[in-house]
Design a binder for this molecule. Sequence first.
Ligand SMILES: Nc1ncnc2c1ncn2[C@@H]1O[C@H](COP(=O)(O)OP(=O)(O)OP(=O)(O)O)[C@@H](O)[C@H]1O
Length: 271
Amino acid sequence: MDGHTPQRDRSAPSRDDRPALVEARDLWLTVQSRPVAVNAGWRRALRLQRAPAPTVGERSPDALDIVRGMSLAVAAGESVGIVGPSGSGKTSLLMLLAGLERPTRGHVLVDGIDLASLNEDERARFRGRRIGIVFQSFHLIPTMTALENVAVPLELAGREGAFETAEAALRQVGLGHRLGHLPGQLSGGEQQRVALARAFAPRPALLLADEPTGNLDVRTGESVQALLFELQRQQGTALLLITHDPALAARCDRQLVVSDGQLRAAAEATA
Ligand SMILES: Nc1ncnc2c1ncn2[C@@H]1O[C@H](COP(=O)(O)OP(=O)(O)OP(=O)(O)O)[C@@H](O)[C@H]1O
């Protein structure tokens, strides 16, 4: 890893005393509530004064804590449903766990690796090998066929036989007959199946799913859910599933609730 030795820490137990696959320790994410940079022309036109930059270590008066001390441990193969009101910080948590957002404070360990100990390229490579992500709006590359959408990330991760693996993954999600079609030629449910094939093809240890059926009608959503849990169980993947649907969250081994930037067990949240 570029001569860089990531920190390994396997000491932290998850709730059932197995070493945690994912461990988030007291995560905070603070953003500025005002735009940081306003074009100088607009600034003059609007007669805005440049806000004085806070000195290092000083908290800006515009700081907004959108994640406020979240801690979490997920064991290998475990599924966790995360619910909570809109704007409470669910997607922000997922971005932190994926290493796509850097915590202002706290640490994320996946498979014993502290994501902060990796540089950006190493984090991207680590994600490519160990973490799959499924978004509500599919996030497929529109100019690539279904097969390319699954195969290219495998190739980029240096996998041998990327196209064969991708084809097998697409057959597994029932799309063996649509390999050469572009996302725009596929229905929403089919596009999400491609996204599932792409996420599971590298056999990740962790799958992060953000409202994976939020853009689908009820029937299509149910078939995508069934497929998601089938692949998760088959591969023994840990799953962190964000949803507004309590019935979908209830299909997971346990549920957590995000509220106002904090994370609680579902039972605590209703008590
Ligand atoms: N980069 C950012 N800059 C400023 N505010 C942000 C940023 N990212 C998220 N937020 C704010 O943080 C809060 C939490 O957002 P987040 O997307 O995590 O909520 P959520 O629980 O996933 O919501 P939803 O269920 O509607 O998707 C929101 O108020 C959002 O506007």
